[in-house]
Design a protein around this ligand. Structure first.
Ligand SMILES: C=CC1=C(C)c2cc3[nH]c(cc4nc(cc5[nH]c(cc1n2)c(C)c5CCC(=O)O)C(CCC(=O)O)=C4C)c(C)c3C=C
Ligand SMILES: [Fe+2]
Ligand SMILES: [Fe+2]
Length: 337
C-alpha cells in the first residue's frame, strides 16, 4: 500500500532554554546546515552558539508560542489532519529536527501496511538545508530501519503553476489597498551554499547567472528559485518592478549570506520615501518563529523606528484551502499511479 509522509523543519519541544538548546544542537550539527568538517562544526556549535543563543531564542519562542505548542508544528498537524480526511491512504507527519521524527513517521506508516511512501518536504525552494537534508535523512532511516519500504520524493515546487496561482491568490486577499512596496523576504543562506550546490560551478551571484533562463544549475539554485517565485507573483499581481523588492532574512554567524538583508533594508527604506509596506515570506509554507517574531515584530520595529508609517506582514499559506487541495492533488497523482 502507498502512504504519505509530510516533513517540515521542526521546533523545540517546549520554550525552556534546555529544550531550545537540544533543538539547536540537533539542527546546527546537521552537516547540510553548518557545512564544515565535524570537529569544526562541533566547536562552532558548542563554543560559539550554544552558550548564549538558546536563552535568546527561548525568549523569542515564548513570545510566539501557542497553547497547543509551536505554531510551525501545530499548523503542520492541522494540515495533516485535513489531508487525512480527504485521502484513503495512510498519511503521517514528521519533522526534520525533534519530534515527531522521520523515523516515527515512517513507523506509523509501516504499521498501517505501507510499503511505498511519498515523502513531501514542505519547502517550495531547494537548498542543502531544506529539501536535501530531508531527502538524505529519510533515505538514511529507510535503509537502517525500514529496508522493505520504497521511498519517492516530491521535488521543490517553486515553479508549479498551480502552486504559484494559489500563492498569488493568497497574497492578493491579504494585500492592503495602498502600499509603496511589497517585499518578498526569503530565509537566507550563506553564499557558500549557493556555490556548493552549483553543478556548473559558474555562479557569480550576480543577476545574470541566477536569472538566466534554463540553466541546468537552476534546479539546485535557491537564489534562482526565490527570484523565480518573486517574478511570477509580481507578474500575476500585475505589479510594476518599482513596487516589488526581494530580500533575505535570518542570518547566522559572520559569513556573507544572500543579500540584500531584510533587516538592513527595512532600516533604510523610509529615507528613500517608502513609508507603507507589505511583507510576505514565500520560503515558508507555515508561519513560524522566523515570520511571527522576526518579520511581524522585530523587523516591523526597525521599519517604524526609522520613519516607516505602515507595515503589513502577510501570513503564510498555513491552512489555506487551495494549498491543502494542491497537496491533496499531488498525493492523489501519486496514489493513483
Ligand atoms: C525556508 C527554509 C529555511 C532555510 C533555507 C533555512 C536555513 C538555515 N537556517 C539556519 C539557522 C536557523 N534557522 C532557525 C529557524 C528556522 N529556520 C527555518 C527554515 C529555514 N532555515 C524555519 C521554518 C525556522 C523556524 C522554526 C520554528 O520552530 O518556528 C533557527 C532557530 C531559531 C533561532 O535560534 O534563530 C536557526 C538557528 C541556518 C544556519 C540555515 C542555513 C545554513
Ligand atoms: Fe533557518
Ligand atoms: Fe547564479
Amino acid at each position: 500500500m502507498k502512504g504519505i509522509l509530510l516533513v517540515n523543519l521542526g521546533s523545540p519541544k517546549s520554550t525552556s532554554v534546555e529544550d531550545v538548546r537540544i533543538y539547536l544542537r540537533e539542527f546546527l550539527m546537521d552537516k547540510r546546515v553548518i557545512d564544515v568538517p565535524w570537529i569544526i562544526r562541533k566547536l562552532i556549535v558548542e563554543l560559539a552558539i550554544l552558550p548564549k543563543r538558546p536563552k535568546e531564542s527561548a525568549k523569542a519562542y515564548q513570545s510566539i508560542w501557542w497553547d497547543e505548542g509551536s505554531p510551525l508544528v501545530v499548523i503542520s498537524e492541522r494540515i495533516t489532519q485535513k489531508i487525512k480526511k480527504s485521502i484513503n491512504n495512510p498519511v503521517a507527519l514528521a519533522m526534520r529536527y525533534q519530534q515527531p521524527s522521520i523515523e516515527k513517521g515512517l513507523k506509523e506508516l509501516e504499521e498501517q501496511g505501507v510499503t511505498e511512501t511519498l515523502v513531501i518536504p514542505l519547502y517550495p525552494q531547494y537548498a542543502m538545508s531544506t529539501t536535501e537534508t530531508v531527502v538524505e535523512k529519510a533515505k538514511e532511516i529507510q535503509k537502517k530501519r525500514f529496508p522493505k519500504m520504497h521511498l519517492s520524493f516530491l521535488p521543490p515546487f517553486y515553479k508549479d503553476e498551480e502552486y504559484l496561482d494559489l500563492l498569488t491568490k493568497n497574497i492578493k486577499t491579504k494585500l492592503p489597498k495602498n502600499f509603496d512596496l511589497l517585499i518578498f523576504s526569503y530565509h537566507g543562506l550563506p553564499e557558500r551554499h549557493i556555490f556548493k550546490t552549483d553543478i556548473t560551478k559558474t555562479c557569480r551571484l550576480d543577476n545574470s547567472c541566477c536569472f538566466e533562463k534554463e540553466l541546468p544549475s537552476h534546479s539546485y539554485c535557491y537564489r534562482h528559485q526565490c527570484y523565480y517565485v518573486t517574478e511570477q507573483i509580481k507578474k500575476r499581481l500585475g505589479l510594476e518592478d518599482s513596487k516589488v523588492m526581494q530580500t533575505f532574512q535570518s542570518r547566522l554567524g559572520k559569513d556573507p549570506w544572500l543579500k540584500p538583508y531584510t533587516d538592513y533594508t527595512l532600516k533604510n527604506l523610509s529615507s528613500k520615501g517608502i513609508k507603507k509596506i507589505a511583507i510576505v515570506a514565500p520560503a515558508f509554507v507555515s508561519d513560524c518563529l522566523e515570520t511571527l517574531e522576526e518579520l511581524a515584530v522585530e523587523n516591523k520595529e526597525y521599519f517604524i523606528e526609522n520613519g516607516g508609517i505602515e507595515y503589513n506582514y502577510l501570513e503564510c499559506l498555513n491552512e489555506d484551502d487551495n494549498w491543502i487541495q494542491w497537496l491533496i492533488n499531488k498525493i492523489n497523482n501519486y496514489t493513483n499511479n
